[in-house]
Ligand binder design. Structure first.
Ligand code: PAF
Length: 285
Protein backbone atom coordinates (compact mmCIF):
# COMPACT_ATOMS: atom_id res chain seq x y z
CA UNK A 1 0.00 0.00 0.00
CA UNK A 2 1.34 3.43 -0.96
CA UNK A 3 0.84 6.42 1.34
CA UNK A 4 1.13 9.74 -0.47
CA UNK A 5 0.70 13.34 0.62
CA UNK A 6 1.42 15.18 -2.62
CA UNK A 7 -0.84 15.59 -5.64
CA UNK A 8 1.79 14.68 -8.30
CA UNK A 9 2.52 11.36 -6.55
CA UNK A 10 -1.20 10.60 -6.38
CA UNK A 11 -1.70 11.39 -10.05
CA UNK A 12 1.35 9.32 -11.04
CA UNK A 13 0.09 6.24 -9.20
CA UNK A 14 -3.40 6.51 -10.68
CA UNK A 15 -1.99 7.12 -14.18
CA UNK A 16 0.09 3.93 -13.93
CA UNK A 17 -3.04 1.91 -13.07
CA UNK A 18 -4.95 3.57 -15.88
CA UNK A 19 -2.15 2.73 -18.34
CA UNK A 20 -2.54 -0.91 -17.27
CA UNK A 21 -6.28 -0.70 -17.97
CA UNK A 22 -7.25 -0.94 -14.29
CA UNK A 23 -10.39 0.62 -12.78
CA UNK A 24 -10.22 2.84 -9.70
CA UNK A 25 -12.53 3.37 -6.71
CA UNK A 26 -12.27 6.25 -4.25
CA UNK A 27 -13.26 6.11 -0.58
CA UNK A 28 -13.12 9.64 0.89
CA UNK A 29 -12.81 9.76 4.69
CA UNK A 30 -11.80 12.10 7.48
CA UNK A 31 -9.86 9.31 9.21
CA UNK A 32 -10.35 7.89 12.71
CA UNK A 33 -11.57 4.83 10.90
CA UNK A 34 -14.07 2.32 12.27
CA UNK A 35 -15.90 -0.72 10.86
CA UNK A 36 -18.22 1.57 8.87
CA UNK A 37 -15.28 2.98 6.90
CA UNK A 38 -13.78 -0.48 6.43
CA UNK A 39 -17.09 -1.64 4.96
CA UNK A 40 -16.77 1.18 2.40
CA UNK A 41 -13.34 -0.12 1.39
CA UNK A 42 -14.69 -3.68 1.28
CA UNK A 43 -17.48 -2.60 -1.09
CA UNK A 44 -15.07 -0.47 -3.14
CA UNK A 45 -12.85 -3.49 -3.74
CA UNK A 46 -15.80 -5.32 -5.30
CA UNK A 47 -16.41 -2.42 -7.67
CA UNK A 48 -12.91 -1.64 -8.97
CA UNK A 49 -9.46 -3.21 -9.32
CA UNK A 50 -7.73 -0.44 -7.34
CA UNK A 51 -8.89 1.39 -4.22
CA UNK A 52 -7.73 4.85 -3.14
CA UNK A 53 -8.77 5.99 0.36
CA UNK A 54 -8.32 9.61 1.32
CA UNK A 55 -7.85 10.86 4.87
CA UNK A 56 -8.41 14.58 5.23
CA UNK A 57 -10.18 16.44 8.04
CA UNK A 58 -11.68 19.09 5.83
CA UNK A 59 -11.73 22.48 7.61
CA UNK A 60 -14.17 23.90 5.05
CA UNK A 61 -17.05 21.70 6.24
CA UNK A 62 -16.80 22.71 9.91
CA UNK A 63 -18.56 25.87 11.08
CA UNK A 64 -17.25 28.34 13.63
CA UNK A 65 -17.47 26.75 17.09
CA UNK A 66 -17.76 23.20 15.67
CA UNK A 67 -15.37 20.35 16.47
CA UNK A 68 -12.67 20.80 13.79
CA UNK A 69 -9.84 21.07 16.35
CA UNK A 70 -11.20 18.26 18.54
CA UNK A 71 -12.04 15.89 15.66
CA UNK A 72 -10.13 12.65 16.44
CA UNK A 73 -7.01 12.17 14.33
CA UNK A 74 -5.45 8.66 14.37
CA UNK A 75 -3.42 8.46 11.13
CA UNK A 76 -1.01 5.64 12.10
CA UNK A 77 -3.90 3.38 13.20
CA UNK A 78 -5.92 4.32 10.10
CA UNK A 79 -3.03 3.37 7.80
CA UNK A 80 -2.75 -0.06 9.42
CA UNK A 81 -6.50 -0.68 9.12
CA UNK A 82 -6.51 0.37 5.47
CA UNK A 83 -3.48 -1.81 4.71
CA UNK A 84 -5.17 -4.82 6.33
CA UNK A 85 -8.31 -4.14 4.29
CA UNK A 86 -6.35 -4.28 1.00
CA UNK A 87 -6.38 -0.59 0.09
CA UNK A 88 -3.92 0.22 -2.71
CA UNK A 89 -3.17 3.85 -1.88
CA UNK A 90 -3.89 6.26 0.97
CA UNK A 91 -3.96 9.93 0.06
CA UNK A 92 -3.31 12.03 3.17
CA UNK A 93 -2.81 15.60 2.02
CA UNK A 94 -1.69 18.25 4.48
CA UNK A 95 -4.15 21.13 4.64
CA UNK A 96 -1.89 23.35 2.48
CA UNK A 97 -2.06 20.84 -0.36
CA UNK A 98 -5.86 20.90 -0.52
CA UNK A 99 -6.15 24.60 0.38
CA UNK A 100 -3.02 26.50 -0.69
CA UNK A 101 -4.94 29.66 0.17
CA UNK A 102 -7.69 29.86 2.85
CA UNK A 103 -10.79 27.91 1.76
CA UNK A 104 -12.95 31.06 2.17
CA UNK A 105 -10.87 32.72 -0.59
CA UNK A 106 -11.10 29.76 -2.99
CA UNK A 107 -13.67 28.74 -5.60
CA UNK A 108 -16.33 26.50 -4.17
CA UNK A 109 -19.12 24.15 -5.19
CA UNK A 110 -22.61 24.75 -3.88
CA UNK A 111 -25.55 22.39 -4.43
CA UNK A 112 -28.53 24.70 -4.07
CA UNK A 113 -31.72 23.80 -2.22
CA UNK A 114 -30.66 20.48 -0.78
CA UNK A 115 -27.68 22.04 1.04
CA UNK A 116 -29.92 24.35 3.06
CA UNK A 117 -32.34 21.67 4.28
CA UNK A 118 -32.18 19.38 7.32
CA UNK A 119 -28.55 19.38 8.58
CA UNK A 120 -27.80 22.28 6.24
CA UNK A 121 -30.25 24.48 8.15
CA UNK A 122 -28.32 23.85 11.37
CA UNK A 123 -24.81 23.80 9.90
CA UNK A 124 -24.64 26.69 7.42
CA UNK A 125 -21.85 26.19 4.86
CA UNK A 126 -21.33 22.53 5.82
CA UNK A 127 -22.49 21.01 2.53
CA UNK A 128 -20.65 23.65 0.51
CA UNK A 129 -17.48 22.46 2.27
CA UNK A 130 -18.34 18.80 1.61
CA UNK A 131 -19.28 19.33 -2.06
CA UNK A 132 -16.14 21.39 -2.67
CA UNK A 133 -13.68 18.93 -1.13
CA UNK A 134 -15.36 15.93 -2.79
CA UNK A 135 -15.29 17.76 -6.14
CA UNK A 136 -11.55 18.39 -5.64
CA UNK A 137 -10.98 14.71 -4.75
CA UNK A 138 -12.96 13.62 -7.81
CA UNK A 139 -10.73 15.83 -9.99
CA UNK A 140 -7.53 14.61 -8.33
CA UNK A 141 -8.28 10.87 -8.44
CA UNK A 142 -10.75 10.71 -11.35
CA UNK A 143 -12.16 7.42 -10.06
CA UNK A 144 -14.70 5.24 -11.86
CA UNK A 145 -16.65 4.86 -8.64
CA UNK A 146 -16.75 6.70 -5.32
CA UNK A 147 -18.15 5.06 -2.19
CA UNK A 148 -19.93 6.82 0.70
CA UNK A 149 -21.90 5.66 3.74
CA UNK A 150 -25.67 5.94 3.85
CA UNK A 151 -25.50 7.13 7.46
CA UNK A 152 -24.75 10.56 6.00
CA UNK A 153 -27.82 10.26 3.79
CA UNK A 154 -28.11 13.95 2.98
CA UNK A 155 -24.39 14.15 2.19
CA UNK A 156 -24.81 11.25 -0.23
CA UNK A 157 -27.72 13.06 -1.93
CA UNK A 158 -25.69 16.30 -2.18
CA UNK A 159 -22.71 14.45 -3.71
CA UNK A 160 -24.94 12.61 -6.19
CA UNK A 161 -26.45 15.92 -7.30
CA UNK A 162 -23.04 17.55 -7.57
CA UNK A 163 -21.64 14.65 -9.63
CA UNK A 164 -24.66 14.69 -11.97
CA UNK A 165 -24.82 18.49 -12.32
CA UNK A 166 -21.09 18.82 -13.03
CA UNK A 167 -20.94 15.80 -15.39
CA UNK A 168 -18.48 13.69 -13.45
CA UNK A 169 -18.34 10.26 -15.11
CA UNK A 170 -18.27 8.68 -11.66
CA UNK A 171 -20.70 6.19 -10.18
CA UNK A 172 -21.56 7.30 -6.63
CA UNK A 173 -22.22 4.18 -4.56
CA UNK A 174 -24.01 4.30 -1.18
CA UNK A 175 -23.25 1.63 1.42
CA UNK A 176 -25.65 0.69 4.26
CA UNK A 177 -24.92 1.97 7.74
CA UNK A 178 -22.84 -0.25 10.00
CA UNK A 179 -24.23 -0.39 13.54
CA UNK A 180 -23.04 -1.34 16.99
CA UNK A 181 -24.78 -4.38 18.53
CA UNK A 182 -27.32 -2.07 20.24
CA UNK A 183 -28.21 -0.29 17.00
CA UNK A 184 -26.15 2.89 17.35
CA UNK A 185 -24.79 3.91 13.95
CA UNK A 186 -20.99 3.82 13.93
CA UNK A 187 -19.45 7.28 13.85
CA UNK A 188 -16.15 8.83 14.86
CA UNK A 189 -18.14 11.30 16.97
CA UNK A 190 -19.51 8.48 19.19
CA UNK A 191 -16.16 8.74 21.01
CA UNK A 192 -17.31 12.10 22.43
CA UNK A 193 -20.20 10.48 24.33
CA UNK A 194 -19.94 10.05 28.11
CA UNK A 195 -20.87 6.54 29.40
CA UNK A 196 -24.33 7.82 30.39
CA UNK A 197 -24.88 9.42 26.96
CA UNK A 198 -23.58 6.30 25.22
CA UNK A 199 -26.26 4.22 26.92
CA UNK A 200 -28.96 6.67 25.76
CA UNK A 201 -27.63 7.03 22.21
CA UNK A 202 -29.25 3.88 20.66
CA UNK A 203 -32.64 5.48 21.33
CA UNK A 204 -32.09 7.64 18.26
CA UNK A 205 -32.19 4.62 15.95
CA UNK A 206 -34.97 3.03 18.06
CA UNK A 207 -37.10 6.15 17.60
CA UNK A 208 -36.50 6.19 13.84
CA UNK A 209 -37.46 2.50 13.65
CA UNK A 210 -40.54 3.20 15.73
CA UNK A 211 -41.67 5.89 13.28
CA UNK A 212 -40.98 3.53 10.36
CA UNK A 213 -43.13 0.84 12.01
CA UNK A 214 -45.94 3.34 12.54
CA UNK A 215 -45.87 4.20 8.82
CA UNK A 216 -45.83 0.53 7.88
CA UNK A 217 -48.89 0.06 10.12
CA UNK A 218 -50.64 2.75 8.07
CA UNK A 219 -50.11 5.96 10.05
CA UNK A 220 -49.81 8.45 7.25
CA UNK A 221 -50.07 11.85 8.94
CA UNK A 222 -46.35 12.46 8.54
CA UNK A 223 -46.33 15.89 10.20
CA UNK A 224 -48.00 14.46 13.32
CA UNK A 225 -45.53 11.55 13.33
CA UNK A 226 -42.60 13.98 13.06
CA UNK A 227 -43.86 16.04 15.99
CA UNK A 228 -44.54 12.97 18.12
CA UNK A 229 -41.13 11.43 17.52
CA UNK A 230 -39.36 14.76 18.03
CA UNK A 231 -41.00 14.82 21.46
CA UNK A 232 -40.06 11.18 22.12
CA UNK A 233 -36.40 12.05 21.44
CA UNK A 234 -36.65 14.96 23.87
CA UNK A 235 -38.14 12.68 26.51
CA UNK A 236 -35.18 10.31 26.13
CA UNK A 237 -32.88 13.25 26.91
CA UNK A 238 -31.85 14.33 23.39
CA UNK A 239 -31.94 17.90 22.11
CA UNK A 240 -33.24 17.17 18.62
CA UNK A 241 -32.42 19.49 15.70
CA UNK A 242 -34.99 17.80 13.47
CA UNK A 243 -36.99 14.62 12.90
CA UNK A 244 -38.18 14.57 9.31
CA UNK A 245 -39.92 12.23 6.87
CA UNK A 246 -38.72 12.82 3.32
CA UNK A 247 -38.86 11.27 -0.14
CA UNK A 248 -35.81 9.03 -0.35
CA UNK A 249 -34.86 10.04 -3.91
CA UNK A 250 -34.69 13.83 -3.66
CA UNK A 251 -35.24 14.52 0.06
CA UNK A 252 -38.33 16.62 -0.67
CA UNK A 253 -40.85 16.73 2.19
CA UNK A 254 -42.90 13.51 1.98
CA UNK A 255 -46.68 13.48 1.71
CA UNK A 256 -48.92 10.52 2.41
CA UNK A 257 -49.08 9.32 -1.20
CA UNK A 258 -45.29 8.96 -1.38
CA UNK A 259 -44.02 5.44 -0.81
CA UNK A 260 -40.22 5.68 -1.13
CA UNK A 261 -39.36 7.31 2.16
CA UNK A 262 -36.45 8.07 4.39
CA UNK A 263 -36.82 9.22 7.98
CA UNK A 264 -33.93 11.37 9.11
CA UNK A 265 -33.02 12.79 12.49
CA UNK A 266 -30.26 14.83 14.07
CA UNK A 267 -30.10 15.21 17.82
CA UNK A 268 -27.63 16.28 20.45
CA UNK A 269 -26.61 14.36 23.56
CA UNK A 270 -24.54 16.76 25.60
CA UNK A 271 -21.82 18.06 23.29
CA UNK A 272 -22.29 15.34 20.67
CA UNK A 273 -24.47 15.76 17.59
CA UNK A 274 -25.71 12.40 16.29
CA UNK A 275 -27.40 11.80 12.94
CA UNK A 276 -29.13 8.70 11.64
CA UNK A 277 -31.82 7.63 9.20
CA UNK A 278 -34.07 4.75 8.25
CA UNK A 279 -34.98 4.06 4.66
CA UNK A 280 -38.41 2.52 4.21
CA UNK A 281 -37.84 1.63 0.61
CA UNK A 282 -35.19 -0.94 1.17
CA UNK A 283 -35.50 -1.77 4.86
CA UNK A 284 -31.71 -1.90 4.80
CA UNK A 285 -31.01 0.26 7.86
O1 PAF B 1 -18.20 11.76 5.37
C1 PAF B 1 -17.07 12.26 5.55
O2 PAF B 1 -16.22 11.68 6.23
C2 PAF B 1 -16.73 13.59 4.92
O3 PAF B 1 -17.82 14.44 4.93
C3 PAF B 1 -16.13 13.46 3.50
C4 PAF B 1 -17.12 12.84 2.53
C5 PAF B 1 -14.87 12.59 3.55
C6 PAF B 1 -15.76 14.83 2.96
O4 PAF B 1 -14.82 15.47 3.77
Amino acid sequence: MQTVEAIPALREAVAAWRAAGESVALVPTMGNLHQGHLRLVFEAKKLAKRVVASIFVNPAQFGAGEDFAAYPRTPAHDIELLRAQGTDLVFMPPSGVMYPIPPQAMSFVEVPGLSKELCGAFRPGHFRGVATVVCKLFNLVRPDVAVFGEKDYQQLAVIRRMAADLDFPIHVQGVPTVREADGLAMSSRNAYLTPAERSLAPNLYRTLCDAASAIRRGELDFRALEERHFRILRNYGFRPDYFSIRRSGDLEVAEKDHTSLVILAAAWLGKTRLIDNVNLETGKN
